[in-house]
Ligand binder design. Sequence first.
Ligand code: M6R
Length: 607
Amino acid sequence: MCGIIGILGNQDVSGRLLDGLRRLEYRGYDSAGICTIHDDQLDRRRAEGKLDNLARKLDGEPLPGIIGIAHTRWATHGAPTQDNAHPHATGEVALVHNGIIENFKPLRDELIAKGRTFTSQTDTEVVAHLISADVEAGMEPVEAVRTNLKRLHGAFALAILFRQHPDLLIGARLGSPLVVGYGENETYLGSDALALAPLTQKIAYLDEGDWVVITRAGTQIYDKDDQPVERPIVNSGVSSLTIDKGNHRHFMLKEIYEQPIVVAQTLKSYVRRLDDQVSLPTPDFDLSAIRRVTIVACGTSYYAGMVAKYWFEQFARVPVDIDVASEFRYRQPVMEDGGLALFISQSGETADTLAALRHARSEGQKIAVVVNVPTSTMAREADLLLPTHAGPEIGVASTKAFTCQLAVLAALAANLARAKGRLDPREEKEVVRHLSEAPAAINGALAYDEAIEAMAHLIAPARDVLYLGRGTDYPLALEGALKLKEISYIHAEGYAAGEMKHGPIALIDENVPVIVIAPSGPLFDKTVSNMQEVQARGGKVVLISDYDGIQAAGDGCMATITMPKVHPLIAPIVYAIPVQLLAYHVAVLKGTDVDQPRNLAKSVTVE
Ligand code: M6R
């Protein structure tokens, strides 16, 4: 999964391509490259690692040309080296690719048998060779692309240049997103509208299987059956402003601190304080008829879904199945016709979640989507669109998107409960009141930032860390472990507190810190019993609770983190803050790349 951009321009493109890549770096940062055509040649600059390496290379060796393509890579096939960096090129054809060519091996063998030489270990290079071989044999570029697209299995968004045709840019998509941007005597291709935002707001989203021929004379889109089609040109509405870190050292910290505001903003769309009701967009299906909900997501969004399962079952008494998207469609899930399938995603582009969404639709499900990027593919494919209003999330570790997802999911649970006759107006009022308390409570939690920073040194030397919680704090334990792993590279696991004694307790010794998430409430005593089982075996506990909880059980802990006292409904929203801050400060102590941790990408657009 990678980011691609292409420009058929009327002035030099390499600076603008580089700028576009900066806006696409969330899709991968293993290597980057640009290719233009000038002096009748395809000319490339490629560099391993972050975009700054490519920028330095371009400073030393500028790349002229008014047509070009560019790529930022998240490595799938082949190490993140310069040789494997896109654009891949033959003498005649250069291209950039987002996706995976699943049948690249037989195609590569076939091409090698025909005498072609490969210079990378990527799946992508076969596409350049397939098209180039036909062009070299005299086929027109458009025909060579049309013919060879049919040979590719897997997922792709492609942007392709031809040495002998400096006024031709061809794009194609299947499974990976691609948009066409329309400018003043210029036309663009990009993985998303964000990449093109400084260039144009006039965007056409290509459909599955579409391909597009861009020339100076105009742009023609073809559908998967090679028929000319029109795709609507819409205003992307995406801001061209570059998002900066403000006064914060990292985007992650900035985004953690934005949570009181963005959760309030999100809640504003879903609860009405005037009459204390939850108010969701009206779906074109009958919510009261929903007998089962299937929730599908990945990573942090999946943990938000796990919290929602507790809420949907508790409030609406509707049974919930929940799956990680990469497992969902391959286990042949049973779904009743007319059921509700709910997909949760920050980006709205995660390939596994998107594939699961399409599978659920093919099984007759109504599709609800909780998503942060309103122009994303998932947003466009939803029957019921429930946007979070977290604003752009740049740090790879998801923070504010998670708490905003929880806010939306709580409102959805209440809405479903009301539709099912399980929530009377008085109870609904209570739900709205508690949700409305969340932004201030998050602020209260942020006040403990310095205390958390001061205790991060207790965790930083650990090789392994465990997180424990019960009820809705169990998904939070999983989320805490994920945050710590992904940005500090410390091995961490989250467990349901009661499950410890069934195996994981064997891991406990004085070198394994155990973070216990236990707001005072109905499950507090049980969690504390599990905590004491850990302490009895020499385990070093960090207890995250409220004042009452710390008073009751804080003695004997290695450290405690005091949270404001909150209603159990909003506890997962509020307790997300210390969990995020702890991971952040540990990562800073360890000196990792907090916003762009190794091996990861913000948006995972390959299966
Ligand atoms: O964009 P999505 O919410 O669909 O992304 C899902 C996961 O890739 C994402 O939550 C990932 O786990 C984050 N890096 C977690 O911080």
